[in-house]
Design a protein around this ligand. Structure first.
Ligand code: 26A
Length: 344
């Protein structure tokens, strides 16, 4: 049998090290954080990282939303299937990230900035909520120059599908647009995650510029609602929002857009461009006592889903693979996947 082509999925976003701890109301209040949110750190937040490490027994875990997704897709796919791009420093934290990705079989090609520390994300878990506060550091310095470097661009041209974490709209929209164009002109799938409510709220213009290129758009219910709000859709109905997303104008007419909205333990909603019926997929059940934390569950869903897309599976199966991987991730601490590997 001919060997499968390598690095078929290329992902781009912000590599971060998660500093994750189980916290409480008082900690959230001290830094003015909501129980369930993702934000960029302001000066008033910067002490939280040391606080988590010194006072809350925080763990250092490989994070960065799309890096979690990339590790997840690689978990399912054949060896050497996924490559991930982003900006990192040359320090202890990036060494931890590289090590975790290596163990997961994920190839990373970081734009290394020797002067700026690797990005970090404080994650405060309270019950089933997680509050994330990110200082992007070197991740904020990803640039087109890196993407266009001949060895990196060769990976872009070689890839058969692209996954972009929407958090990257805060960093380098031109890099996103390069990949979007590449996907549309070569008729390869372009998959985008909305990532967090603040992306459609505060990064609306670059997000909208990329919208015609989305073949798949993935989000959760709060991101869908934020999108509807900032785009004046006049509805909070997740099915209606999914339909609106699916039917936005599209660059590559050879693929119908698919919008996928996850809703925690509620069914996953899927709308397809031009189709009136919106499908619902109940999630895989999990006994409460098996839940460790839900940090990274959405990234894992995207990872399983992307693996299905790369393998050319039917949409139903792609959704099922996403739900399967999300379930595995929820049982682990942080955005991680169980070893020894389980097979789908
Ligand atoms: C730009 N921001 C805010 C971010 C992130 C982020 N990844 C990229 N950019 N804020 C949080 N995360 C990651 O989300 C994962 C959980 O979904 C965290 O690092 C965490 O691993």
């Amino acid at each position: 049998m001919a060997p499968t082509k390598e690095y078929r999925l290329l992902c781009l976003e912000n590599p971060l090290l998660d500093i994750q701890a189980f916290g409480n109301e008082a900690l959230l209040e001290k830094y003015g954080l909501k129980a369930n949110d993702a934000i960029l750190a302001e000066p008033k937040h910067l002490d939280i990282y040391e606080d988590l490490l010194n006072n809350y027994d925080a763990k250092l875990i490989a994070g960065g939303a799309a890096q979690n997704t990339a590790r997840g897709a690689q978990y399912i796919l054949a060896d050497n299937s996924v490559v991930y791009l982003g900006g990192a420093g040359d320090d202890k934290y990036s060494a931890i990230l590289r090590d975790a990705c290596k163990q997961a079989g994920l190839r990373v090609e970081y734009r290394v900035d020797p002067k700026i520390p690797t990005g970090r994300c404080g994650v405060v878990i309270t019950g089933h909520n997680r509050s994330m506060c990110t200082e992007l550091g070197a991740a904020n310095h990803y640039d087109l120059e890196h993407l266009k470097r001949p060895d990196i661009w060769a990976l872009v041209e070689n890839a058969e599908a692209y996954y972009i974490g929407g958090y990257h709209f805060t960093v380098c929209p031109p890099a996103i647009m390069e990949l979007a164009n590449q996907a549309a002109t070569k008729n390869k799938p372009f998959i985008l995650s909305l990532s967090a409510p603040f992306i459609p709220q505060f990064f609306k213009d670059p997000l909208d510029a990329s919208a015609p290129y989305w073949d798949y758009v993935i989000g959760n219910e709060t991101e869908a609602e934020a999108y509807a709000d900032s785009h004046g859709l006049g509805t909070k109905d997740v099915k209606e929002i999914a339909k609106a997303l699916a039917n936005l104008p599209k660059a590559n007419a050879q693929r119908k857009r698919v919008a996928v909205i996850t809703q925690g333990t509620e069914p996953t909603i899927v709308a397809v461009q031009g189709e009136n019926a919106v499908k619902e997929y109940p999630v895989h059940a999990i006994p409460k006592e098996e839940i460790n934390d839900t940090n990274g569950a959405g990234d894992a869903f995207a990872g399983g889903f992307c693996a299905g897309i790369v393998e050319g599976r039917p949409l139903d199966e792609c959704v099922d693979m996403g739900q399967w991987l999300a379930l595995l991730s929820i049982k682990e601490l942080g955005p991680s996947y169980p070893f020894p590997k389980q097979t789908y």
